[in-house]
Design a protein around this ligand. Sequence first.
Ligand SMILES: Cc1cc2nc3c(=O)[nH]c(=O)nc-3n(C[C@H](O)[C@H](O)[C@H](O)COP(=O)(O)OP(=O)(O)OC[C@H]3O[C@@H](n4cnc5c(N)ncnc54)[C@H](O)[C@@H]3O)c2cc1C
Ligand code: HEM
Ligand code: FES
Length: 1087
Amino acid sequence: MAQEYKLKGVNSLALQPGEKQEVEVEGLGAKVLLLNAGGTVQAVGPRCTHYGAPLAKGILGTNGKLTCPWHGACFNAKTGDVEDAPALNALPVFRATERDGAVYITGDPETIKRGHRAPLFKCSAAGGDKILVVGGGSGALGIIEGLRGGGYQGGITLISNEGYLPIDRPKLSKALMTDLAKLQWRDDGWYKDASVDFVQDEVTEVDFATKTVTTKSGGKFSYTKLVLSTGGTPRVLPAQGFKVLGNIFTLRNVHDAKRIVDAIGDKGKKIVIVGSSFIGMEIAVATANGNDVTVVGMEKAPLERVLGEKVGNIIKKGVEAKGVKFYLSGGVEKAESSASNPSTVGFVHLKDGTKLEADLVILGVGVAPATEYLKNNSVVRLEPDGSLKVDETYSVVGLKDVYALGDIATHPYRGPGGEGKYVRIEHWNVAQNAGRTAASHILSPNRTPEFYTPVFWSALGSQLRYCGNTMASGWDDLVLQGDPDQGKWVAYYAKGETIVAMASMGMDPAMAQCAQLMSLNRMPCKTQLQGGLDILSIGPPHRSHNCAGDDREQMQTESMKSHETTSSIPGVLYSSTVFLIVIPVLIVAIYHLLFHPLARIPGPRLAALSNIWQGLHVREGRIHELAKTLHGEYGPVVRVGPNEVWFNSREAFKQIYCHRYKKSDFYLATALNRPIVDWRLNTHFPDTLDFLSEFDVARYRVQRRLIGPIYSTSHLRNFEPAIDGVVKAVISALTALDGAEVDLKEWMHIIAVECLGAVVLSWSPGYIKNRSDGGTSAQGYLGWKRKSIFGLFPTVTALSFSFKTLGRVFSNVWGVTFKTPKNFKPFFTPIYQKTSRRIVNALHRPVQPGLKADDRKDLLADLIHLHKSRPEFTETYLRRLAVTNFGAGHETMCSALTAIMAMIGSHSEVHCKVAEEVRRISHSLTYDDVVGLRYTQASMREAQRLHPVIAMALPRSVPHDGMHLHGHFFPTNTVVGCNPVALHRNPDIFGADADRYNPLRWLSGDDDARIRMMERTHLIWGGGARTCPGRHLADLVLSKVVPMLLKEFDVEITAMPAEKDMPCYFLAMMTGVKARFRPVAAKGSET
Ligand SMILES: Cc1cc2nc3c(=O)[nH]c(=O)nc-3n(C[C@H](O)[C@H](O)[C@H](O)COP(=O)(O)OP(=O)(O)OC[C@H]3O[C@@H](n4cnc5c(N)ncnc54)[C@H](O)[C@@H]3O)c2cc1C
Ligand code: HEM
Ligand code: FES
């Protein structure tokens, strides 16, 4: 039962993003870590769930990423969830409140004392998917925890030939540990609870065509997705004697460790270790006490290949202090048998003639990818080293539904200096993170994989920490800081100015800090570190730190300065240029950065200078991606322009939209009328009903009240037959395509325009017949690109109403002009003509005797009737609203339908459940039926949540008395707003898995309060007083179209670009998605 506990010695929650403090919980004898997780102050468990490192000594980024100081595990400090290996259990999170000068946390006492939280993995696997994981090591752990943690409910089978469940392999060489109870990460019961079938066997063959795996004992296992993580096979020396003599060992698993421990027996043995890399060095340290240990290596210094000679020698000194002897720069000639037992080793001969006595020999000479079972496979091509080439999602290149992880995977590296070059990294964390990445790809195929910094550690007398990687880039310089004699040093490996890797001893949390900085691409450059910069002095990792990039910019500015002073521009001209351009620009920049009322709001520096920053993101279509990442980096309040702030919190949502702040000047760009612009650039629009850009609140209210009854669901249901007619025609057209691949967006646009045509005008634009929308959706989208840029520059927009040339020049400068293609078939021209003709006939031409009156029962007829009965609904309003139905409805409905079909089609479990639900109804689906399809409705809303139609913040203006929020004051006229993309992925509102497509989150269970909060806190239909007036019309169309299509077709998504590759503007669309609508197989009949 949750209770409230006082925190000792804390009197306020005044922690800044990135600050943390370990504190005692009064009355419990336990501790918690109080921290500011990207804007939220709360408490979490204080110790890392891997080996228990104090997280107070770790690194907390301003985005809420908490990195352990020892081995780089990352937790999301907001949710406590594990983000990066090697931790498996999450941290519990406790709400913190401040009252009367004291701080309290609320939590269950046992959980507070335990300090960690096992993820809820209990699951009874259901559904048709079967994921087969081969290999029971680190990669397997990563994918299983990632899948079950991410809510995967299908079957998982794990086949391993190791003889036990996944263990903590790194411990083998550090302590020659053999006790399985201490080595196994999770016990048998845990795998059973998580519905993971464990099979002890060895895979000998894979048939990728039939999706079957064969094992040594003759078992056959089929899969829907195959995950290979079979690790490495230790190499043996080809030299004489090594393959035949006993007491020569390698170390990869517990069986090997047992053999070594048995051979050492009561100690006092002469041990020769061949290989001076990590495993060899760790075993030397682990066995040095009580034995005579010699390390033989080919390099000049141990670990030279990875760490360089200088650092290798520092480490060598520490290991020598443990009594270990070294023979380096040499090679091994042969192994000779012992005099007393000819079958076991007795001596090792080196190439320089040295003869070393040996009771046992341990080989640490590297591993080869364990892929023997694929050697003769005709489908897969192994890399020259025997590994499998994978992409960033760890999908094997050239194979469908196959992933490879860990030591057998050659993958693109995007860390510092990596530039996507392919590398194979043998680290525990890399294998496990690869597993998590692959799991996330299986769960959400269109999610962009996140970069994690490779981290490695080793016990070499003292603890060595290492992060980054030099394989892709190599390195050409080393910056060594600290005092190696004191065992406290940091080595930075540089390629040019870029720091590509670092190693440290005795300097925690330097490695954790570098790992975070590397993942943000914010490591300082070589010159800064050579100048003595202490990496920890930088403070919590944050986007705007001094960084290689900034520094290079600074250096460029410096060189430009010196160039300017020696330039040949005549002095007078030079100084007047400076005064006229540079000085004012500088003054404005300094004002915006330092003295502006928003100067203290976090955000990208360049954004504070000008809206050009946001404009560039819009122009490149990157606004969806920006929304996804920006708050993670800067917290819930981010300055995105000199006068604009984006928020991502419930509080902000309530404040801005429920308090009905007015629309900002952004909406000048979407105005349908030309305003009068006065000398102060104030705009005055005529009263024509332009809902989206209406700035006059009183007018707007009257207009909305007038149309309310017509746009209510009860009234709109009259148009159900019109929608049915369109969908039936679409079904025939798609059936005739017989599963051919189509552009999903174009077809959803065809449906949207045809439905609007049928409902509003009883008319068809002929798109279904032509199987094409005549290029209108693509064209309309370019228009949104242009409007989105103009919206960011309202002064230019206001001026360009009067000076058309200015608008044209501005469009050219921004590259947002576009031409109409030749085959373009606009639908607005016929719409204008048809509505106008009908309105004129109805209002101004009395019906001729003998001629039939217009008896069409569509929405336009209702609007005409409204005008007749309520003259305040003027003819101008009538004409405008008739067309607005199309203007505001065609792209929004297309966007929503595309998102829904793309998400359902790309999530097989969801598709199955929706299909099962809709196909249960045997008659033609009515609106009453479809509102009862709870899972289907949830899957639609969930798609709209992840892919809202608006991808920029819905901008509003702070009223005259200013706004206080999140501890900041925002003066009047500050542009504020929540970005739907960010808000809809906010874990505080939508749960820890907010990034995931999971329709079940909307269905009641034990968390109804959360569902109510989600239902209240989203922007799918806009916010507050300005929510979409066409919502019920859109909802009617969506609710009918989606189930009707899925009743007839299986939707298969054949191409889905990554989210970052789908350009998005103020209006957002999933573009480039291809699909096949496969008619559901006709049920068997007797004939
Ligand atoms: C002794 C030792 C100490 C290490 N210490 C560290 C360290 O301190 N830090 C660090 O970062 N890294 C360390 N490593 C490296 C790290 O353990 C590996 O990089 C990591 O385990 C790779 O994970 P994986 O899933 O690719 O393979 P593994 O963890 O090796 O798992 C492979 C699994 O596949 C099974 N298998 C193989 N072939 C088949 C088959 N045909 N059928 C069925 N099962 C099969 C194996 O039995 C095993 O269970 C160490 C490695 C060793 C051996
Ligand atoms: C699935 C389809 C639709 C979605 C997701 C949707 C969503 C939205 C959103 C988010 C807004 C707020 C925009 C803002 O504040 O800047 C909005 C406004 C609007 N929508 Fe819709 N819409 C849809 C369909 C329609 C349809 C069919 C109509 C036809 C009448 C329509 C008419 C409007 C109008 C007129 C506005 C402006 C309202 C205002 O600013 O006050 N929409 N819509
Ligand atoms: S103790 Fe935290 S990662 Fe190992």
